[in-house]
Design a protein around this ligand. Sequence first.
Ligand code: GH3
Ligand code: MG
Ligand code: MG
Length: 408
Amino acid sequence: MSERPARSMPSRPTAGSRLLDLLITAEPRQRQRLSMAGLAALLMACCMAAMHIAVAAGLTEPGPVRIWTVLSGGGLVVVYALIRSGVSQRWADPSLTLPQIVYAIACDAAAYAIGGQARGIALPILAVILMFGMFGLSTRQMFGVMLYAMAAFGLAAVAAEWQGDAAHSTGLSLAYGIMTAVVLMGSTFLTTRLQATREELRRQKHELARALEHIRELATHDELTGLLNRRHMLELMRLEQRRASRSGLPLVLALLDMDHFKAVNDTHGHAAGDRVLQAFAQAVRTCLREGDVVSRWGGEEFVLMLCNTPPDAAHALLERLRQAMAQLRIPHPAERPETPARQHAAPEPLRITVSIGFALHVAGERIEATLERADRALYAAKAGGRDRTVAETALLDPDTMASCRIGA
Ligand code: GH3
Ligand code: MG
Ligand code: MG
């Protein structure tokens, strides 16, 4: 018997998952809010059960416990209704964390007041209620909750004292009071620590994201000019090559090389050379259209990728760029202090020309091969006298070489 491959079928919702969606919705945030409210309700249910066991054991009066059960349960229903209906989403705290904690503490303090000999069960419940607050409340809110709980339990202790049941012991009341204060102060302290750790984590995450962004910038851009670097440009060109092969749209690659750049360095210093490179990068950026990509290929060489551009349009654009460069006057960087005689004479602005060779990408050709053809055209531009734009196709016909020398 041959095995049939398992087919992935969209799973049909079961009756259980439909009921769950009905109760706590399918929306993740609402689900989280309602799940937390459900957990709090479970806790309150345990507290109710404990109180009723105490009643059954004759440790406390049934009447007040019944009223307390109705009020506590009613509060839970109101909270659930407010979150489930989406009404709470209009408020600053859609989870209703603070109101839930305030109400739960009031119920717990009431349980302490009416719990009789079993009133001790209210203390572990208080600790658990405060644990909810640790994750959902700010330090300030937690301080407020601590003061409120102290007041509520203080009142509850007075009420318990005033009822004065048979088994009443002032020593035990004092011990409970101390334990209540310990639970409250301990939770508030832990909340402060938790908030500080959270803040530190948030800060580290922010710094990590910034460092990652910086690393990405360093990996893809040239530091001096801010243009794309060679590695990233190669990736983009390969990507564009595949796109051009599929679409059949013309793709032109151009190599730009500054003329006699070494002389700029030799005459005016390396800093002036750097300044020229930066000014060139800035000027190229302003000449290009959206979608054109320029990169620093190395030294004083740049590669330009013109997508969806026929050779004629590419030629016109590159010529505009060449002319713009020839007209560029680059301010001389700050004069060197060791030449005091020239300190008052404004230095001549720097000028530079550029030679350009370009080639049209042929479908199926490797991008490196297109670049080699563009390089041959650049070589011809240099050999022809520099400050000119040469198309690689012009090299095929020597008669057309002369016509490629535009401007200059
Ligand atoms: P050609 O017209 O034939 O291209 O001559 P060229 O002087 O421009 O070319 P050559 O290859 O002889 O010199 C390139 C110079 O570019 C040499 C190198 O020191 C300089 N260079 C390369 N990278 C940088 C840089 O980042 N900053 C500066 N200031 N100079 C650089
Ligand atoms: Mg050069
Ligand atoms: Mg060069």
